[in-house]
Design a protein around this ligand. Sequence first.
Ligand SMILES: [Zn+2]
Length: 161
Amino acid sequence: MDFQHLKDTANFLFASMMDAMVDLGVSPDLMFAGMARSFEGECRELLARDGLDLTKLEDAANMEELVQHWADALEKNKLAAHVEIHRVDDEEIDVEMGGCVFSEACKINKQHHEGDIPLCPWIGVLYALVEEKYGKHLHLNTADHHVEKDHHFFNLHVTDW
Ligand SMILES: [Zn+2]
């Protein structure tokens, strides 16, 4: 199986899982929180092995630096073509991601449930990093996936609960 075939299969399977979760009534916010918990285990080691520099993330001086390292890691490892950070402070994180490797899954989900939150796993990773480093939690404010632009948009609240 070549890379493109593997990527298409992974996107299709990921889309099916997301659909099933949505049909079961699990909220996207809860799904990201769940992804964050698994990132603290084996998933974290897997990502580190694939080149995500966890030391850099642990050494981040503030939330802005943490989000920047996360964005750099995604771009460097070609998990997303580009990540634009529009706002980061103690209350809010606003990011836009273009060319995510899981764009196809988000596109499939959008065809099945128009208006759904794109369940980008890298946002689950961001939930985990913020939780681990600051003991704070992220919650979805708004999110969208623009199929034509191949971009995800995420506006997240930073909270203590
Ligand atoms: Zn994504």
